[in-house]
Structures are given as C-alpha cells and as structure tokens.
Write a protein that binds this ligand. Structure first.
Ligand SMILES: [Zn+2]
Length: 157
C-alpha cells in the first residue's frame, strides 16, 4: 500500500502548502492594510503641515522662499476658484450678499436673508475693473514676498 500512502502524503502536503499560501496571503494583506493606514497618516500630517505654512503666509509671517512660492500659487488658485464661482452665479443670474454670502437674485436691492443692502453692482463686473483689481492684489503679494525674502536672509546670517 506504499503507493496509496505516498499519494496521501502528497495530498496532505499540497493541502498544507495551500493553507500556508493562504495564511501568507492573509498576513500580507494585513501588513498592506497597516502600510496604507500609515501612509494615510503621513498624507494627512503633510496636509496639516502645508496648511500651517499657508496660514502663516496669509498672516504675513516669514515663510521660506520656496514655500512662499507655493503659497502664492495656492493663493492664485483660490482667487481663480472665487472668480469661477462668481461666473457660475452670473450664469444663474444671481449675486452674493456681502453680509451673509447668500446667493440672491441679482434684482434684489436688499438681502432677503440678512437684510443687508446689496450693492447695485452686478456680479458680472467690467473686465477691465476685474483685471486691475487682480493686478493690484498680485502687487501686494509681491511686496509681501519681498519683505519675507529679506527676513529669511537676515535669519540665515
Ligand atoms: Zn445677506
């Protein structure tokens, strides 16, 4: 009955190695889950780090020149978002209350939510006005950056 014994052994070995393989897979997937969770932690901490830097930059605190550049890009993107949101309001024939930020019909003189008088100026400002406004904002930013650069240089010395 040696042949049958050998067959049994082979089957048992195969079963054992299959079990081993599947427990390995479970182990690996457990480890991968732990890796993912650590990676998420790193991501959210990095996000928080970035936000802290950006908040400092917005409050005019000295920020490393390279970081200031990125902050500037973020600020520009935020302005673009604001412009695009205004564009959507314009398409919907709405304007935003400067008091409570409610979206109200562009014909309303007073905000129905907070009662604040709404500027007669529509959301769709003149192109020229918008451009000059944006330009002056950039100038302010550049000034702020120059000051920061000076601060950083002093710190380095
Ligand atoms: Zn309002």
């Amino acid at each position: 009955m040696e042949i049958i014994d050998n067959m049994r052994k082979k089957v048992r070995d195969a079963t054992l190695s299959a079990l081993k393989a599947s427990s390995d897979l479970i182990e690996i997937s457990k480890i991968n889950m732990a890796i993912n969770s650590e990676e998420q932690k790193i991501k959210s901490l990095m996000f928080e780090m970035g936000r802290e830097v950006y908040e400092s930059y917005k409050q005019g605190e000295a920020v490393d020149a390279e970081l200031a550049e990125m902050c500037e890009e973020i600020a520009r993107a935020e302005m673009d978002i604001e412009d695009m949101k205004l564009k959507i309001l314009e398409i919907k024939n709405l304007k935003r209350c400067s008091g409570c930020s409610a979206e109200i019909d562009e014909d309303y003189a007073y905000c129905p939510k907070c009662g604040k008088k709404v500027e007669t100026e529509k959301v769709n400002r003149d192109e020229e006005e918008e451009e000059s406004e944006t330009a002056s904002e950039y100038e302010d930013e550049d000034d702020a950056e120059d000051e920061m650069d000076n601060d950083t240089e002093e710190d380095d010395e």
